[in-house]
Design a protein around this ligand. Structure first.
Ligand code: PCA
Length: 198
């Protein structure tokens, strides 16, 4: 029987009109290796992103949830190893929220580690020639908020949760950044999913 993978990408935020995380997720095949995929776009809004994913997961009952987000200041694909219990926005989210020094979940533990094999993902993606590195911080904005909430919700359950940041596209890359073409991001995600299965 196939395993089920819920994979999410974010809507555009800040000054961007496009978010490579969702553009790449949208282009993935519906089946990768032994996984059947359900693709979901998440709002870039504190709290609401996680609610959207948890609601979809209630019906789909995924074995793995893999969320993807854009990290414009990076030129590599970066699996996130840890999520922290902190909301600290450097700009407003898409609903105008700009929390500072707040917990994601009151009384939640300080941090959770990813429950997908980040190091295996890095090795597999790099082997294909795509720049990829472990990241030790998913930030304190909406991506970390989603990742932390999912890890908290599925802590010590059979459902595994991972998060991968991807670079901006070349046409939207910030100064001194090259960005990464969309087809390369799609390829990296497909390899990452196969590495999770192994
Ligand atoms: N990146 C942001 C939020 C949405 C996204 O794609 C982040 O890194 O928090």
């Amino acid at each position: 029987m196939r395993q089920k993978l819920l994979i999410t990408g974010f809507e555009p935020f800040g000054k961007d009109r496009i978010n490579p995380s969702w553009e790449a997720v949208k282009r993935l095949p519906d089946v990768i290796g032994g996984f059947e995929l359900l693709k979901l776009q998440t709002p870039t809004v504190f709290g609401v992103a996680a609610e959207t994913v948890l609601e979809a997961a209630r019906d789909f009952c995924p074995d793995v949830i893999l969320s993807i987000g854009q990290a414009g200041k990076r030129d590599s694909v970066t699996p996130e190893i840890v999520a922290i219990n902190l909301r600290d926005a450097s700009m407003a989210d898409n609903a105008g929220n700009e929390p500072q020094d707040e917990p994601v979940i009151a009384d939640g533990q300080n941090a959770y580690f990813s429950s997908v094999p980040c190091r295996a993902i890095v090795q597999a993606v790099k082997k294909a020639g795509v720049p990829c590195a472990l990241s030790y911080s998913a930030g304190a904005y909406v991506c970390n908020d989603l990742f932390y909430t999912l890890l908290h919700h599925y802590y010590e359950t059979a459902t595994r949760v991972g998060f991968i940041h991807v670079p901006s596209l070349p046409q939207q890359a910030e100064k001194n950044r090259s960005g990464m073409p969309l087809d390369v991001i799609v390829q990296a995600l497909e390899i990452a999913i196969r590495a999770i299965e192994e």
